[in-house]
Design a protein around this ligand. Structure first.
Ligand SMILES: Nc1nc2c(ncn2[C@@H]2O[C@H](COP(=O)(O)OP(=O)(O)OP(=O)(O)O)[C@@H](O)[C@H]2O)c(=O)[nH]1
Length: 691
């Protein structure tokens, strides 16, 4: 089967935003106008097409990223929905990894908000070309110019308006298109609203000319010939201007800014035009790189059907039809019924059924080609972030990075009979979401779940309690994921000797134990010369050390950033064994850590609080009482923005406290920033609690 669309006519893009900026509404409208959605599910009715899960609709935030295919102006659009909540930035990263471009939606009344900033930085990290849509121009307080200046000051990026809003708030009518120098006016606020060109209103003409001059100057910077012509008095024509804008977007030289109101059905069609005109196709972005698993050499895969097959699984969801694995095809052609290699896990997977999602339907497809986003039904071993490829030409595409979880919670099934059901469900959740982990506490035997924040774990518990799982789960209080480390280097000489009739036990080890570079984790080196500790006992040594590393001597938390070198030792012909060396090494390391200024580390969160003036005093006082350090205070519109570092341990239940302190008017967001040593007095409390 041939291609329906040339690769140049693909736009794989995402819509990113702070919570409530209107990402879901905008996506809905895009699907409606591009003809693929027959009815619009208003967000406040809780029926949005992109929102899959029940509890998601209740919470009104989009947690899963779904991918939807639609069409506009002869182009094939694959829209990847990205969540806005900071607890789920991991999902945003995953989506950004497989996008070629993005629309960043702002609430024109709020400008650049904390998570706009977060997702923007992630966009920078993955070099995602972006355009900005200032949504909610109909809302009281909507301010397009403020959005432009926020992009400069808060994101440090260069915004260039392609449009100016005509009117604002209740009088928002349409936009001035600065490329064509025409007003575009929407005729009503209904769905499917019609629009037409008009002359630019007289009172806006001066401003439009200035804004257009700024656009043209930014555009001609992208091309020497265009610049020369411009300096000689020749402005680029419309087609050239669009090409120059596209060039700027592809290299993120600057960012085009548009205006509209998704909710009032204005500006969405012009946004779609901009997506088609300015966001990249798969051939406009650098080719995908990976490594050959056989020899670790770099492999480059061009975006083309003629290259060997390579795909990246970026999302796994469970819906009423079963498990769906979403993948982006980077190169090659995939046929239904073929077998692919999961090169990340060295497992083969048969592609039984594959589907493409549209707003309200799923379409069975027989093949997928470079540039496509497809979902597979019923894959067994593939996890988020895995590469699927041609078994004869294997490649592992760049791996995704996942941050360490900072919060944990004990869970158990209310009844014995449900215990197994719970553990199967938990394994499944962990395989869908790499930032969610499940483990068993060695001492208590409890099941521990770990994640990125309170809300993250709350949502997982919610999923377990609902259909199809319907498990009655009891949960413990959320706990901070502390870590242990050392501050000083030390040496330890330890002999394990036991003589109880028959064969005895003997092992002697000498270690140098020292702090390792931050982030380097645990490192073991064997510097034994002359076989004073024979090779066959080294696995025992490592096992002993590892048991201390997973459960440190201070309070049983993982020990990080420690280097242990085995420098000397002794053994006995008859009495030595791997077990004897394991026991000796465990005891030796515990003793060494106690001598090496052990320290307890805690996760510190970067917290941003947005508060009306009158509550700033109490907000700051409260942050200080939580061992927080205020980093800065800024004005955004008429609201104060307070940034602080606060230990996660002191952030539990903050949402309620802040609400009651500010009569519900202040809000906050936080994300993990770094680990820091716990002050002595607090460390004692933590130790007592976990002893
Ligand atoms: N006045 C106005 N309200 C809007 C507009 N677009 C969206 N809204 C409203 O803003 C709220 C949030 O919109 P959503 O589309 O759910 O925003 P979102 O960014 O998808 O939110 P999350 O999924 O929670 O990240 C809803 O109540 C919408 O009806 C707009 O253009 N104007």
């Amino acid at each position: 089967m041939a291609r329906t669309h040339k690769l140049e006519d693909y736009r794989n893009f995402g819509i990113m935003a702070h919570i409530d900026a209107g990402k879901t509404t905008t996506t809905e409208r895009v699907l409606y106008y591009s003809g693929k959605s027959h009815k619009i599910g208003e967000v406040h009715d809780g029926a949005a097409t992109m929102d899959y899960m029940e509890q998601e609709q209740e919470r009104g935030i989009t947690i899963t990223s779904a991918a939807t295919t639609t069409f506009w102006n002869g182009k094939r659009l694959n829209i990847i929905d990205t969540p806005g909540h900071v607890d789920f930035t991991i999902e945003v990263e995953r989506s950004l990894r497989v996008l070629d471009g993005a629309v960043c939606v702002l609430d024109s009344n709020q400008g650049v908000e904390p998570q706009t900033e977060t997702v923007w930085r992630q966009g920078d990290k993955y070099n995602v070309p972006r355009i900005v849509f200032c949504n909610k121009m109909d809302k009281t307080g909507a301010n397009f110019d403020q959005c432009l200046s926020d992009i400069k000051t808060r994101l440090g990026a260069r915004p260039i308006a392609l449009q100016l809003p005509i009117g604002a708030e209740a009088n928002f009518k349409g936009i001035v298109d600065l490329i064509r120098m025409k007003a575009v006016v929407w005729e009503d606020e209904q769905l499917g609203a019609k629009f037409h060109d008009e002359e630019i209103p007289a009172d806006m003409l001066e401003r439009a000319k200035e804004a257009r001059a700024e656009l043209i100057e930014a555009a001609v910077e992208m091309d020497d010939a265009a610049m020369e012509a411009y300096l000689e008095g020749n402005e680029p024509d419309e087609a050239t201007l669009k090409k120059l804008i596209r060039k700027a977007v592809l290299v993120s030289a600057w960012f085009p800014v548009l205006a509209g109101s998704a909710f009032k059905n204005k500006g969405v069609q012009t946004l779609l035009d901009a997506v088609v005109d300015f966001l990249p196709s798969p051939v406009d972005v650098p080719p995908t790189k990976g490594i050959d698993p056989k020899n670790e050499e770099e492999v480059v895969r061009q975006s083309s059907d003629d290259e060997p097959l390579s795909m990246l699984a970026f999302k796994i969801i469970e819906d009423p039809y079963g498990v769906l694995t979403f993948a982006r095809v980077y190169s090659g052609v995939l046929n239904k019924g073929s077998t692919v290699l999961n090169s990340t896990r060295e497992k083969r997977e048969r592609i039984g059924r594959m589907v493409q999602m549209h707003a309200d339907t799923r379409e069975d497809v027989e093949e997928a080609r470079a540039g496509d986003i497809v979902a597979f039904v019923g894959l067994k071993d593939t996890r988020t972030g895995d590469t699927l490829c041609d078994p004869l030409k294997p490649v592992i595409l760049e791996k995704m990075e996942f941050p360490e979880p900072v919060i944990e919670m004990a869970v158990e099934a209310a009844t014995k009979s449900e215990q197994e059901k719970l553990s199967i469900a938990l394994q499944k959740l962990a395989s869908e979401d790499p930032s969610f982990r499940v483990s068993t506490d060695q001492e208590s035997g409890q099941t521990i779940i770990k994640g990125m924040g309170e809300l993250h774990l709350d949502i997982k518990i919610d999923i377990l309690r609902r259909a199809p799982h319907n498990i009655k789960v009891n949960v413990g209080a959320p706990q901070v994921a502390y870590r242990e480390t050392i501050r000083k280097a030390t040496e330890i000489d330890y002999t394990h000797k036991k003589q109880t009739g028959g064969t005895g036990q003997f092992a002697k080890v000498k270690f140098v134990v020292e702090p390792n570079e931050v982030g380097k984790g645990f490192q073991f080196e064997n510097k034994i010369i002359g076989g004073v500790v024979p090779k066959e006992y080294i696995p025992g040594v490592e096992k002993g050390l590892n048991s201390v590393m997973t459960s440190g001597p201070l309070a049983g938390f993982p020990v990080v950033d420690v280097k242990v070198t085995l420098v000397d030792g002794a053994y006995h012909e008859v009495d030595s064994s791997a077990i004897a060396f394991e026991i000796a090494s465990r005891a030796a390391l515990r003793e060494a850590i106690e001598k090496a200024s052990p320290a307890l580390l805690e996760p510190v969160m970067k917290v941003e609080i947005v508060s009306p003036e009158e509550y700033v005093g109490s907000v700051i006082g409260d942050v200080n009482s939580r061992r927080g350090q205020i980093q800065g205070q800024d004005m955004r519109g008429n609201a104060n923005v307070i940034t602080a570092f606060v230990p996660l341990a002191n952030m539990f239940g903050y949402v309620n406290q802040l609400r009651s302190m500010s009569q519900g008017r202040a809000s906050y967001t936080m994300q993990f920033d770094h680990y820091e040593q716990v002050p002595a007095a607090v460390a004692q409390e933590v130790q007592a609690k976990y002893a």
